[in-house]
Design a protein around this ligand. Sequence first.
Ligand SMILES: [Zn+2]
Length: 375
Amino acid sequence: MSLTSFTLHGRDGAARTGVISTPRGEIRTPAFMPVGTAATVKAMLPESVRATGADILLGNTYHLMLRPGAERVARLGGLHKFMNWERPILTDSGGFQVMSLSGLRKLTEEGVTFKSHIDGSKHMLSPESSMEIQRLLGSDIVMCFDECPALPADRQRIEQSMRLSMRWAQRSRDAFGDRPGHMLFGIQQGGLEEDLRGESAEALTSIGFDGYAVGGLAVGEGQEAMFQVLDFAPGQLPEDKPRYLMGVGKPDDIVGAVKRGIDMMDCVLPSRSGRTGQAWTRHGMVNIKNARHQDDPRPLDEHCTCPACRSYSRAYLHHVYRAGEMISGMLLTWHNLHYYQELMQGMRDAIAGGRFAAFEAEFHAQRAEGDIPPL
Ligand SMILES: [Zn+2]
């Protein structure tokens, strides 16, 4: 019997809700994964991240291989023990961040050589080394090593890149081997082109993976183009496996993606905005640095049960942001992660209850109202 599984409990249109079971715990889907880039979700203790409702975190292979190093993490007992998070962890393959962060790089059939953005040291990532690094980290959900061009790119470039990624997907599968309790996800590429996405889905399905990501989106194409791809891409992937949209997104991106059949997402947005004075609420985005909050004794969101809203005023949140106090990023990150997880729970309940359309209409109506009027 397999140690991991994916069970769908409900559907509403293309939207699905279910559970991914792993030896480290269950992941309720649709799931939002907070990003713990350097073995920490910035400004949050792991138990606080869990308290927001997160079932799984994302770790970045590129960052962890450079600092503190995958071998060191393995010697210290693996990433879960190292960062004090015992629940599931998904790691990306490193490919995307090599492209976006590192300096000089060279792409060949074998893999990518690049210079570290930290100290300029030279490194190589290939399907085989990415599988080895993710094994050393101890990740529960491992991503195939792939290559992804920034959009817009011409069709020929997207086609060549997709086919290279499919050859790398086979090498990733071979190198991953048989690891009970751990899952390997393939990554669909093909830009905005339906036929290339279809070819990619077929190639991945014939190799066979535990889950499938829709890759190569949220790279500058805009929400409308992304939704156009999501109108067909999830349906090209196997029905009985989780579908993961990488690097998405804003709350309205997430609702639109779930509506189109996506089960998992990750994004730095809730934690990053929390450190720059931006709070996501049911009414949209609130800029806490705005002077209108400086005498406002009301919470950010009177219906929110997070510590920032339960115990602090807008005036306090404004003050600590302006004063550059660390608690500012801590409270706003907590609030944002709490809001995101509440949104996911709301969608899971709505899909299970067959009322996703009503949920979506209410979500947009509340945002259209905007923030509460100033005092
Ligand atoms: Zn809150």
